[in-house]
Write a protein that binds this ligand. Structure first.
Ligand SMILES: Nc1nc2c(ncn2[C@@H]2O[C@H](COP(=O)(O)OP(=O)(O)OP(=O)(O)O)[C@@H](O)[C@H]2O)c(=O)[nH]1
Ligand SMILES: [Mg+2]
Length: 703
């Protein structure tokens, strides 16, 4: 593979709502640039970027993949990201390596929930964007209506630089408003259009859209604005230059037209990427830190070959054959093949024995990678996602991407003893490649829990365990992370006294307990005067309270949002010990809970459902039945958006239920909002179930 200068590289994230056509579009771009010799199709499982078994089986992108197109003396690195909400953490984690984004919008559905989500990521990373109105060939596609929804959500700064020639089945090409030419394409062809005059029927619309574009470009630039007032227009060169500046400054988001399925518009898109999106070098500098904890000083590096080399690992994948594969961005300096870098996060040396660039699952060797490029390497020993590596003499740490905590946990059980033995190690590898997962043991039930962004996310992991590592596990019903708290107050004694011949144990503490506001956690106040408990035993009392609170009182869930005031006690010169006071603290806690009107809390989720209008009545009724509180309803281009707050316990099977209620035409997103009281009747059931479960666990342990 040829070595590219950073100024000839574009790093572009391809992002958008699930199913908007990202993988298909990347496929078409690669074909148009001659990187592959056929148009890969998601439905046939032969695209470059959906190469994982599960992706091919589900026809859904699960993990971000890297590909590159060489076009007009430029290397375009394309990051094909997932669009489904349960996989969107991976999108966020990988997008950080991009310097610009293509945001796809479905021409039928308009802006959807994940479109907004990925838009927010691009904002966070300060990326200039091109918007691609895709699926213009589909029945009910409407450029105008979808553009309206873009304007409504993202504002007027989204400006068409192209118009579709025809729509729905008649969509056959693209009118380029910059060159004022029409390009016609062969369906399923090589993505290269044939240029011609703009047909008469589109001439007027094209003229007015171009005027609008010129006006928008002129508006943000005083020199151009003067020219525009003078001459009534801009020269083609001024327009291109002005537009580029506006795109890089994120003042204008150009809107292009495509059908990824028919490979219409691919060459124009490649041109837009090369001509209007910035390089990493052009973005100037990157900021790292001397350390990531508090007190770390910022370090600024120029994205230049002359700086010391530093790379940031934004993605790791675990291949059962090739081993660990690391994807990184060269943030500064030049990475040479066979270089040894220092991992500043782990403090270890790592050898980049064979550096490559990615084309889906294929890796192509390269001699060096310059500042602002993206590369791949296998077999790093201790390096994981979020690590920074570089020249030993010039340490720096880039900040890892922060991902939200998982939403839902399932208990998993190995099918056989052999599976159980291999489970830990297999999961360890899988967790390396997906930092949004959690695997832990429930302190109460002793079950192993696997937590992810949604049921499907966890199911994908189960399937990966089986396919890649031949480990079979069963999923049990998801767990709701209930909490306990108190509504009333208590003033009680906790007394631990034991006389078993010789040395005894003695400790007494008197505590008051009172509720704190939601989210306040736990507070311990030492109100002992006059030494009724010696100072050195007080932390033991607190520890006894905290540990008991973790074990719960009603149903074994952690007790939160309360204050304990230790105000009196008794001790014995010989028999008192830390252990005795810890036990006294724990007894006092239990006594207090009994009096302080304990209640159960449950997580409440913010839910947004997107569905065609006709389902809104049914969906609202269903959300009500799930104890949901409807917060609002909105209509965007024929799509109803319902916002509601619903207890998590009622949403465990929502993905499946929603699909069957709407024939798969709806989608939703869900995020944690707050904890609230569980209604009495339901609380009783939860408590009974928790007790039954614990009873079983005890019996099992005894046999
Ligand atoms: N008619 C039509 N279908 C399209 C077009 N682009 C993609 N599709 C189809 O839409 C479906 C989803 O396409 P993908 O390319 O997998 O979409 P995606 O955005 O990568 O989906 P995720 O990665 O799962 O979020 C597939 O069945 C494609 O064949 C298009 O322009 N027109
Ligand atoms: Mg995809």
């Amino acid at each position: 593979m040829k070595v590219y200068d950073g100024k000839d590289v574009r790093n572009v994230a391809v992002a958008g709502h699930g199913d908007s056509g990202k993988t298909s579009l990347v496929s078409g771009l690669l074909y148009a640039a001659g990187m592959v010799n056929r148009l890969g199709r998601v439905d046939e499982g032969n695209t470059v970027t959906d190469f994982d078994d599960d992706e091919m089986a589900r026809k859904v992108t699960i993990m971000t993949a890297l590909a590159h197109a060489e076009w007009a003396k430029t290397k375009i690195n394309l990051l094909d990201t997932p669009g489904y909400n349960i996989f969107i953490n991976d999108t966020k984690a990988a997008m950080v390596a991009a310097d610009a984004a293509l945001v796809l919008v479905d021409a039928v559905a308009g802006v959807e929930v994940q479109t907004e989500k990925v838009w927010a990521f691009t904002e966070e990373y300060g990326q200039p964007r091109l918007m691609v109105m895709n699926k213009l060939d589909r029945e009910r596609a409407s450029f105008e209506r979808a553009l309206e929804s873009i304007h409504k959500v993202f504002g007027r700064t989204a400006v068409p630089v192209q118009l579709p020639m025809g729509e729905e089945r008649a969509f056959r090409g693209v009118i380029d408003l910059l060159a004022m030419k029409a390009y016609s394409y062969q369906s399923g062809g090589d993505g290269k259009g044939e240029a011609g005059e703009i047909p008469g029927e589109f001439a007027e619309a094209a003229q007015s859209a171009r005027e609008k574009l010129v006006e928008m470009v002129a508006e943000g630039n005083d020199a151009l604005l003067e020219e525009f007032f003078d001459k009534g227009t801009l020269s083609p060169e001024q327009l291109r230059q002005g537009l580029r500046e506006a795109v890089v400054a994120r003042r204008i988001f150009p809107v292009a037209c495509a059908s990824a399925y028919h490979n219409i518009g691919a060459d124009l898109l490649l041109n837009l990427i090369v001509d209007f999106l910035p390089t990493a070098v052009e973005r100037g500098t990157v900021t790292g830190y001397t350390k990531l904890e508090e007190g770390g000083e910022p370090i600024t590096r120029r994205v230049a070959d002359s700086e010391p080399v530093s790379v940031f690992v934004f993605k790791t994948s675990a291949d059962p054959f090739a081993g660990r594969i690391s994807y990184y961005k060269v943030c500064s300096g030049v990475l040479k093949n066979d270089a040894t870098l220092t991992n500043f996060t782990k403090g270890q040396a790592e050898r980049f024995a064979h550096i490559t660039v990615g084309q889906g699952k294929e890796h192509v060797g390269v001699q060096e990678l310059r500042a602002g490029d993206i590369g791949v390497v296998t077999k790093l020993k201790d390096t994981l996602t979020g690590d920074t590596l570089g020249d030993k003499a010039a340490p720096i740490l880039y900040r890892p991407v922060k991902l939200p905590e998982p939403l839902i946990a399932f208990a998993i059980q190995a099918k056989s003893r052999a599976d159980e033995d291999r489970l830990g190690q297999a999961l360890h590898r899988i967790l390396e490649e997906d930092p949004s997962l959690r695997f832990y043991r429930d302190g109460q039930t002793k079950e192993f829990l696997l937590a992810g962004a949604g049921q499907q996310h966890v199911e994908v992991i189960v399937s990966r365990l089986k396919k890649r590592y031949s480990v079979e596990v069963q999923l049990k019903a998801p767990k709701v992370p209930y909490r306990e708290t108190i509504r009333g107050t208590a003033d009680v004694e906790g007394k631990h006294k034991k006389q078993t011949g010789g040395h005894g144990q003695f400790g007494v503490c008197n505590i008051k307990m009172e509720p704190l506001p939601r989210g306040a956690g736990f507070e311990f106040v030492n109100d002992i005067f006059g030494g009724s408990i010696p100072r050195n035993y007080i932390p033991a009392v607190e520890k006894g309270v905290v540990e008991s609170a973790q074990r719960g009182f009603l149903a074994g869930y952690p007790v939160v949002d309360f204050r304990v005031i230790l105000h009196d006690g008794k001790y014995h010169d010989v028999d008192s010990s830390e252990l005795a006071f810890k036990i006294a603290g724990s007894l006092a806690f239990k006594n207090a809970m009994r009096e302080a009107k304990p209640i159960l809390l449950e997580p409440i989720m913010n839910v947004e459902v997107y569905a065609p209008e006709q389902y809104s009545g049914d969906l609202m009724g269903d959300l009500n039945a799930r104890r949901g509180r409807i917060q609002g309803m909105d209509n965007r281009a024929g799509t109803t958006v319902i916002k509601a707050q619903v207890p998590m316990a009622e949403m465990l099977t929502y993905a499946t239920d929603l699909t069957s209620m709407t024939q798969g035409r709806a989608s939703y997103s869900m995020e944690f909002s707050h904890y609230d009281t569980v209604p009495q009747q339901i609380a009783e059931k939860v408590i009974a179930a928790a007790k039954a479960e614990r009873g079983e666990a005890v019996e099992e342990a005894e046999t």
